[in-house]
Design a protein around this ligand. Structure first.
Ligand SMILES: Nc1ncnc2c1ncn2[C@@H]1O[C@H](COP(=O)(O)OP(=O)(O)OP(=O)(O)O)[C@@H](O)[C@H]1O
Length: 339
């Protein structure tokens, strides 16, 4: 649904050049919630602004819903085709960007006025959208009379006015408290499911990725350093995103002459029995160094670090047994890294 190829953005101001994006390839599938995470200055805002061409990339291409936006004419002012394509891309902002002199309903009607809908159609559509975001009873309020979460709901209703297939969210929950953040993320998830909306969001919070995203990309220094579906990333022992999403903590790394395993299980895989089954089957003492269970992307994921007597070679058969149970098993070296 959204593809960027070799996207590069160089800002030039007062003789200085900053390369904010270095050849970014991103692929967001239809109907998924995709999160881009990274620390400040990683290039997230630049990336999301390049996706709807609020910012013109220096090179590379952006395709949304089959239309290559970067191939459409438009310099300082967007041409008609680009404006049409943008209408199918909604955007929500960290600071809501509502007009304070307009009521909630008038804010939602604004993009409908630009499209040229008449008054009756605008009213009907705005009322539907406000109902959808749970603010049907606040149509006549002004933004200053609303809480942060309610303002963001108005921002979301406005973003949906052009019946977009794609919603871009630029740190939509960063200005909100944790409980309001949860309710806005739930709303985004509900809209994704009810309307089949594809959502691309940027955030600096791993919790946002964990609670709402199907896929994620990690950005650093203007580059995507890792990306993929969350379940796949969690099964990858070398994934840095997975470690940040699901930190195991410092459980220690065992003793020389013993083997440390990291066991990851997902969904319905039994959390406990495999350790006792393994101990019984092979008559070995198993030392549990640590364990954690979390719900990520709606899926229960667990990880356990255990220590077995003997070297890796001595434990080839028990390790094979665990893998036969459908468990992801990684043998850690003495420093705790996957061998
Ligand atoms: N308009 C601009 N002119 C010059 N440099 C810019 C401009 N916008 C962003 N930059 C620079 O580009 C780099 C990436 O910035 P960007 O805002 O995309 O990162 P970010 O990951 O969104 O960070 P943050 O979360 O702090 O907004 C930074 O070095 C920033 O200083």
């Amino acid at each position: 649904m959204i593809t960027t190829k070799d996207l590069t953005k160089v800002y030039r101001s007062r003789g200085r050049e900053v390369t904010a994006l270095h050849g970014v390839d991103l692929h967001v599938r239809e109907g998924e919630v995709y999160g881009v995470v990274g620390t400040s200055g990683a290039g997230k805002s630049t990336l999301i602004r390049c996706v709807n061409l609020l910012e013109r990339p220096s090179s590379g291409s952006v395709t949304v819903d089959g239309v290559e936006l970067t191939a459409l004419p438009g310099g300082e002012r967007a041409g008609r085709e680009l404006r049409e394509a943008r209408r199918r891309i909604g955007m929500v902002f960290q600071h809501f960007n509502l007009l304070s002199s307009r009521t909630v309903q008038q804010n939602v009607e604004l993009p409908l006025e630009i499209i040229g809908l008449d008054r009756t159609q605008r009213r009907r559509k705005a009322a539907e959208l406000l109902d959808l975001v749970g603010l049907g009873d606040r149509a006549r309020s002004y933004p200053s009379q609303l809480s942060g979460g309610q303002k963001q709901r108005v921002g979301i209703a406005r973003a949906l006015a052009g019946d977009p297939k794609v919603l871009l969210s630029d740190e939509a929950t960063s200005a909100l408290d944790p409980e309001t953040t949860r309710s806005i993320l739930k709303l985004l998830r509900d809209l994704n499911q009810q309307l089949g909306l594809t959502v691309l969001l940027i955030t600096h919070e791993m919790d946002v990725i964990k609670s709402v995203c199907d896929s994620a990309a990690l950005m650093r220094g203007g580059r995507v350093v890792e990306s993929g579906g969350l379940t796949g990333l969690l099964a990858d022992p070398n994934s840095q995103l997975a470690r940040e999403l699901f930190p195991l903590g410092d459980f220690g790394s065992g003793h020389p002459g013993r083997t440390v395993l990291e066991i990851t299980f997902q969904g319905d895989a039994p959390a406990q029995p495999f350790v006792s089954q393994l101990a019984r089957t092979y008559q070995i003492d198993i030392n549990i160094l640590g364990a954690a269970v979390e719900t990520i992307a709606g899926l229960m994921v667990g990880r356990m670090r255990v220590e077995l007597p003997g070297s890796h070679q001595d434990n080839v058969v028990p390790i094979g047994y665990l893998r036969e149970q459908g468990l992801q098993v990684d043998v850690l070296d003495v420093n705790g890294a996957a061998a």
